[in-house]
Design a protein around this ligand. Structure first.
Ligand code: GLU
Length: 269
């Protein structure tokens, strides 16, 4: 008799625990709330840049999460985050999804899950015209980048003798390049091209020197299989319907201010 009571008590608690983790299901929570909270950057031209007057953030990353919110039948709540908050904003439960030029890496996958790749670029350098032909031209020079990024890790490996200067963001790094305080800015080409599109192209350039490939994924909390499945299914639908290319073309297409070839398609591999 005692054993049966114990068994029922154990089963009861098991159901309670399951119920609690079920309640922590991101997909269900977003639907229940009717709000998708998305972490995006706010000083990254092309991907997520805040308008100086209105404060409204717009860009490729914003349009991707807008489309996902529509598919979830939810309102989009934009939460501005910095590079070093991309993982903690998810693990601390502040956002449901992160769309922030975040490269999919094994190290990051220890803490969060990634969606299918939704953008691909390469890490390059933004320099004064004619100053860099080969990578060795950057050795012993001051190169600006941002901490907690693959840009910092890659450049330290590729240019062990360079002086890496850390900035809060890539735009301030570019301002330092303009002032002549540093010799180059390094990060993903799409971000550099977006910054260059607003600068004097007669003065600065991005030489064809790539030091890495950078496939971006949308970040979500670990163990959220239904949410991850929904996001991946939606991204594949957006590729198939042409919506993903339309968003790409709006920001990086041939008619845009930052024309870059779309050398990828969103797929399940
Ligand atoms: N995409 C790279 C990263 O995830 C570098 C650029 C950036 O997003 O800051 O760290």
């Amino acid at each position: 008799m005692k054993k049966t009571v114990l068994l029922f008590t154990a089963l009861f608690f098991l159901f309670v625990i399951c119920g609690v983790s079920f309640a922590a299901d991101t997909l269900q929570n977003v639907k229940k709330r009717g709000v998708l909270r998305a972490g995006v950057k706010d000083l990254t031209p092309g991907f997520a840049l805040a308008d100086v007057k209105t404060g409204e953030i717009s860009g490729y990353d914003v349009d991707i999460v807008k489309a996902l919110a529509r598919k979830l039948d939810a309102r989009l709540e934009i939460v501005p985050i910095k590079e070093d908050e991309r993982i903690s904003s998810l693990t601390e439960g502040k956002v449901d999804i992160v769309a922030a030029t975040m490269t999919k890496t094994k190290e990051r996958e220890r803490f969060i899950d990634f969606s299918h790749t939704y953008f691909v670029t390469e890490q390059k350098f933004l320099v004064s015209k004619g100053t860099v032909q080969r990578l060795t031209d950057l050795e012993n020079k001051k190169v600006g980048t941002v901490a907690q990024t693959t840009s910092e890790i890659n450049v330290r490996k590729a240019l062990p003798a360079a002086h890496i200067i850390i900035f809060d963001d890539y735009v301030p790094a570019f301002l330092a390049l303009q002032k002549g305080d540093i010799f180059a800015v390094t990060t993903d080409e799409a971000m550099l091209a977006a910054i260059l599109s607003k600068a004097d192209k007669g003065v600065f350039e991005i030489p064809p020197l790539a030091i890495s490939k950078e496939p971006y994924g949308l970040g979500i909390r670990k163990d959220q299989k239904p949410f991850l499945r929904f996001i991946n299914k939606s991204l594949l639908e957006m590729e198939k319907s042409g919506e993903a290319k339309k968003i790409y073309d709006k920001w990086f297409g041939p008619e845009s201010q930052i024309p870059l070839k779309r050398a990828f398609k969103i797929s399940s591999n």
